[in-house]
Design a protein around this ligand. Structure first.
Ligand code: LMR
Length: 400
């Protein structure tokens, strides 16, 4: 009966992470999947999360279904975090926000909605982008193209080419944009570049689809929301999928959201209704626990301060590791440009290593990177950064 079912070649990130788990070498180092590990190499349980769990434990009790759109206090908290509670778009009710199963769930529900209401639209994603973006949009039946983004030689942005591509897109094209901490390159648009992009988005009547999975890991919670607030202030309607996997270290709870910024509250109400219908057709309604925890943290002034402080510490530790890596590589490889490691933002660095160099790192040094050359710098710590530096230097030296 299943003879025609072909073998799954695996996922470039999740399957690699499984392979890492099975690698028997005790010295192995995981810099593949986008997970933040602390300086002891452990997956942290944040204090704010522990305290929120203790506070809600006595009230959990019976567990009815959540509404299709999710937990109301959680949805409010998402809007307040992304836009600020007093933002005009929030207070006027023109943002439709749903709770989703991780940021991926948000991307999927939004893609299904777009396929239904904008069936002629096609999607443009950055070259490169998160490996799963293309699969998600294609899974919803949308055609996916790329726009120029990363400059591998300079380790920066091909902004002029990106802008020129946007200027030539058909009206109502969907453009996937990373709000901050671009995955996989760590290269973001500056505020001035966002400002230059906005008139093009408006004149071409494009549909921006923002993905914000790393708020707080770039320059700070407020700074990392700059892009989506600027688009909103410019009167642009757009989609925004967000995730709390990394910022709350709650990967397995799958806590995410989808917000659609609309021109007015009446349209937002209709969009929300159809998002509910989309959820019902996919998985009926989201789970309770993770949303309760996140809402508890974000709505308690004390826990919110505690959480934001913990997130600051995580961001600063990543910065420190970037610096140590760059300094060490600079010493090991005189003349080699290592500035990209400190200039890139968020959890990832695009090392520029080839697939075969990544394979050598894995097989000869037990250091795991994604085969695109993406390194999760949030997996570095005081105990492994020197070994990673030496391994990288050896692989780069061998190739030159
Ligand atoms: C990553 O990019 O490594 C993370 O977002 C995990 C994932 O689902 O791919």
């Amino acid at each position: 009966m299943f003879e025609h079912v072909e073998a799954y070649p695996g996922d470039p990130i999740l399957t690699l992470n499984e392979a890492f788990g099975q690698d028997p070498r005790p010295e192995k180092i995981n810099l593949s999947i986008g997970i933040y590990f602390d300086d002891a190499g452990q997956l942290p349980v944040m204090r704010a999360v522990r305290e929120a769990e203790a506070q809600i434990a006595p009230t959990l009790g019976a567990r009815p279904y959540l509404p299709m759109e999710g937990l109301a206090p959680y949805r409010q908290a998402v809007q307040a975090l992304l836009w600020g509670a007093g933002h005009e778009a929030v207070t006027s009710g023109r943002i439709a926000t749903i709770q989703t199963i991780g940021g991926s769930g948000g991307l999927k529900v939004g893609s299904d909605f777009l396929k239904r209401y904008f069936p002629q639209s096609e999607v443009w994603v950055s070259d490169p982008t998160w490996d799963n973006h293309r699969a998600m949009f294609e899974g919803a039946g949308l055609k996916v193209h790329t726009y120029p983004y990363y400059d591998p030689l300079a380790g920066g942005l091909r902004f002029e080419e990106m802008l020129a591509t946007f200027k030539g897109l058909p009206e109502r094209s969907i453009v996937l944009l990373h709000a901050c901490c671009h995955n996989p390159t760590g290269v973001d648009l500056s505020a001035a570049q966002w400002n230059a992009l906005i008139p093009v988005i408006q004149s071409r009547r494009l549909i921006p689809y923002l993905d914000i999975a790393y708020q707080g890991f770039g320059d700070g919670l407020e700074q990392d929301a700059h892009a989506l607030r600027t688009l909103t202030d410019a009167g642009i309607s757009f989609f925004c999928a967000n995730s709390f996997s990394k910022s709350f270290s709650l990967y397995g709870e799958r806590v995410g959201g989808l917000s659609v910024v609309c021109p007015d509250a009446a349209q937002a109400a209709r969009v929300l209704g159809q998002l509910k219908a989309t959820i019902r057709k996919n998985y009926s309604s989201p789970p309770t626990y993770g949303a309760r925890v996140v809402a508890q943290v974000l709505q308690s002034p004390e826990l919110r301060v505690l959480w934001a402080g913990e997130l600051d510490t995580m961001r600063q530790r990543i910065r420190l590791m970037r610096q140590r890596l760059a300094d060490g590589l600079g010493q090991a490889l005189p003349g080699h440009d290592v500035s990209r490691f400190v200039n890139q933002r968020g959890m990832f660095s695009y090392t520029g290593l080839s697939e075969s160099q990544v394979d050598t790192l894995r097989h000869s040094h037990a250091v795991y990177l994604v085969r695109s050359g993406r390194m999760c710098v949030a997996g570095l710590n005081a105990g492994n950064v020197d070994k990673v530096t030496q391994s990288l230097a050896a692989v780069i030296r061998d190739a030159t």
